[in-house]
Design a protein around this ligand. Sequence first.
Ligand SMILES: [Zn+2]
Length: 54
Amino acid sequence: MAVLDPELMRIVEMRVLNKKVCRKCGALNPPTATRCRRCRSRNLRPKHKVAMRR
Ligand SMILES: [Zn+2]
């Protein structure tokens, strides 16, 4: 795979990580969500930099 522009990678990363994940069902929700759209749980967490693992 080609190495992408680091600045572009940063933007892509921000977009991907800018979500909330439900701890209960694992659904992705918008960053503005206070409740899960699938199970209505309020047990949401922001998606952190797990994608940085190699
Ligand atoms: Zn849920």
